[in-house]
Design a binder for this molecule. Sequence first.
Ligand SMILES: O=C(O)CCC(=O)C(=O)O
Length: 283
Amino acid sequence: MQDDDVVRPYSICAVGSVNHNWDLNLSEQQKNQFAEEGYTVLSEVLCGDRLAKLTDECMRAWLSEKGGFDPDATWLQNSLLPDIHHRSRLVCDYYFQGPLVDVAVQLVGPNVKGATSQLTFKLCGNNKPFGWHQDNGYGHLSPATAITTLTALDDADIENGCLWVLPGSHQAGQIDVTQRLSTKAKEAGLDLSVNVDRESDAIPVPLKAGDVVVLHCHLLHRSEGNLSSSRDRRILFLRYADADAVEVYNDHRPRLGPLLRGATSFPEIACYEREFFLDNETG
Ligand SMILES: O=C(O)CCC(=O)C(=O)O
């Protein structure tokens, strides 16, 4: 069945109607770069007070859960805090109603849900690299139109572990890591990294705090450790998917996530996390 033929009877009206004056229209150049190279950078999506408050709220959530870098802890413990929108109202607003939802509509389509929110931090001292991977390898969604948006909370460069991408690698489609997923998923590291044969084509993507890099779900990317002596590298990771996207590894059940724009054919998506919208829907 073509996506256009899917009947999506469950829609929303209140979410997306709140005007934060955050419209973000991608340029033709950004859309072309995303299509051809699998990524694009958006400059200064956040700045000033808004960036400072969001960063502060994220850092408080991180420290209350994890503390600083611990060389004896697992990669997961040192690098990732899931469902950050449950812990920060500012992240919730940014994830559900910020400009990245507009970006998702332009790149994914008119029907969009949130698929993941997490912090991926490399605090000073965390010198562990993160190997080549596709985000759709970690949770194979179909259709494979999901995007990952990485909002830099600090300036990120080669020294403190910015992202590296392999431009155009998304065009080869999904790399099958399911064999390893079953065993590796049991380990805290969840390392699904793959070898790439054109490593020399990789390029770093340095970002200023407040910039966002948007990745196609098949784009190969990685990062080095944070080798800086004084600078953290903190990222807010938000993933958006088609509202009817399903988890291939989970009997094609719908990926649970809040409906942010348009409509869905799944009632469980239409009502998912509605409590997080109450402030805006009633206010
Ligand atoms: O935190 C990093 O350095 C890498 C993050 C990343 O690529 C991911 O979580 O998919």
